[in-house]
Design a protein around this ligand. Structure first.
Ligand SMILES: Cc1cc2nc3c(=O)[nH]c(=O)nc-3n(C[C@H](O)[C@H](O)[C@H](O)COP(=O)(O)O)c2cc1C
Length: 408
């Protein structure tokens, strides 16, 4: 008979159960160690950069309806798991003819060295080490040729805005071709800049201005300011001149509201490699893109930063993939935050997803290691989702494995 009567605690039994973790002195490593999701990285990043910087990354346009809608679309995903289907797991795919370790492309983001002084080179290196493509923005803070030299062997894509001055766009295309970039991504949802109210409130500009509020906020983030003031000055490295303009001025002087499908034809004539149109937001435009002969489209509302009340790309995906998926690759961009989202996007017809904020939250929290952490989180979640779904290979994901609740 077992003796279940309570007794006094025996310390010698307790000791083996106590396994204190080694004390971590670096606040950055501590922040990364307690981040188990992209949402955790977002929360940590808020503590590490001035509010104006966080809001530039985190915010959307106008009422931020598109921003919320993008995430809500992913909450509609319902998976259909199969059981007892174990086997060798394979998360790889092919993106525009090149193998990638995950169905994932790191999206272009401007001002990247403002988020963390390590900037674009740290992001590109993390992507290359993980076997993923990285897209440098026209509004990047590292020059295209310098980045290519710093991260040899990376699968580099370049994101182009067509400027009012077409000569400037042509010069950029020539520069990135010579620097060895593989893919050109034309962003087509930005004839003018979206109305980012959080940036207007902060008076955001590049280089960051030291208004009284920013100065006081900076006092809370001395290491961010120290790095900013002791590393190479921030500038739009792909632009000529000193590159020091604010986003609102940029919108009014550089972006071209007359951009049209003729510009896609023009670009085709300038670039013999793959072309991606980023910012397609309707079935009709997806068909038009296929007719224009581009190799891929990214369904995107720019992460809710351009037209507010736009469709959520994930909700457009099934119909678009059905209509043009045999003529070009379709990517989903805007709102991807988890590895389950990556699986859902492929199941619903995407070749890959693009992420912007997911890696920027990592970058703001911990520089290069923060981006590595963000990718590790997504990889781990994707792997677990595949296992739980009973699907061994990303390539085997189909519409049998996921649907959007509430659709026919
Ligand atoms: C801070 C920031 C800067 C961005 N800069 C650019 C840019 O220069 N060019 C571009 O085409 N898209 C840009 N985007 C949009 C991203 O490429 C991508 O479409 C968006 O981040 C996807 O949504 P997600 O952040 O929810 O993943 C930017 C996004 C963010 C968050």
């Amino acid at each position: 008979m077992l003796d279940m009567s309570p007794s006094l605690p025996r310390w010698r039994d307790l000791l083996p159960l106590l396994r204190p973790r080694p004390i971590e002195l670096s606040p950055v490593r501590r922040a990364l160690a307690r981040s188990h999701s992209i949402a955790d990285l977002r929360r940590e990043s808020l503590k590490r950069v001035p509010r104006a910087v966080f809001d530039y990354v985190d915010g959307g346009a106008d009422e931020e309806i598109s921003l919320r809608r993008n995430r809500n679309a992913f909450t509609r995903v319902e998976f259909t798991p199969s059981v007892l289907r174990g086997g060798q797991l394979d998360t790889t795919t092919t993106i525009l003819g090149k193998p990638a370790e995950l169905p994932l492309v790191l999206a272009p983001t401007g001002f990247t060295r403002m988020m963390h002084h390590a900037g674009e080179p740290a992001v590109a290196r993390a992507a290359a080490d993980a076997g993923l493509p990285y897209t440098l923005s026209t509004m990047g803070t590292t020059a295209p040729d310098a980045l290519a030299a710093e991260v040899p062997g990376a699968d580099l894509w370049f994101q182009l805005y067509v400027w009012r001055d077409r000569g400037l766009s042509k010069d950029l295309v020539d520069l990135v071709r010579q620097a060895g970039y593989r893919v050109l991504m034309l962003t087509v949802d930005t004839p003018v800049l979206g109305n980012r109210r959080r940036d207007l409130v902060h008076g955001l500009a590049l280089p960051p201005r030291l208004g009284l509020r920013a100065f006081l906020d900076g006092a809370m983030h001395p290491s961010w300011w120290w790095k900013l003031l002791t590393t190479e000055p921030l500038r739009f490295a792909a632009l000529t001149g000193d590159g020091s303009v604010g986003p609102v001025e940029l919108g009014n002087t550089l972006f071209d509201p007359t951009i049209s499908w003729d510009d896609v034809d023009w670009l085709r004539s300038q670039w013999s490699g793959p072309v991606v149109l980023k910012g397609i937001q309707s079935l009709a435009d997806a068909r038009r893109a296929a007719d224009a002969g581009v190799e891929a489209i990214a369904l995107s509302n720019h992460g809710g930063r351009q037209l507010d009340q736009a469709p959520a790309p994930l909700e457009l995906l099934p119909a678009v993939a059905d209509a043009v998926g045999d003529r070009l690759e379709v990517y989903v961009d805007s709102g991807v935050r988890t590895g389950a989202d990556l699986a859902a996007a492929v199941a619903l017809g995407a070749r890959a997803s693009l992420v912007g904020r997911a890696y920027l939250y990592g970058l703001m929290t911990g520089g290069g290691p923060g981006v590595v952490k963000a990718i590790d989180i997504l990889r781990g979640e994707l792997t677990r989702t595949l296992r739980l779904l009973g699907v061994n290979r990303v390539a085997d994901l189909t519409s049998e494995h996921a649907r959007l609740r509430g659709s026919a």
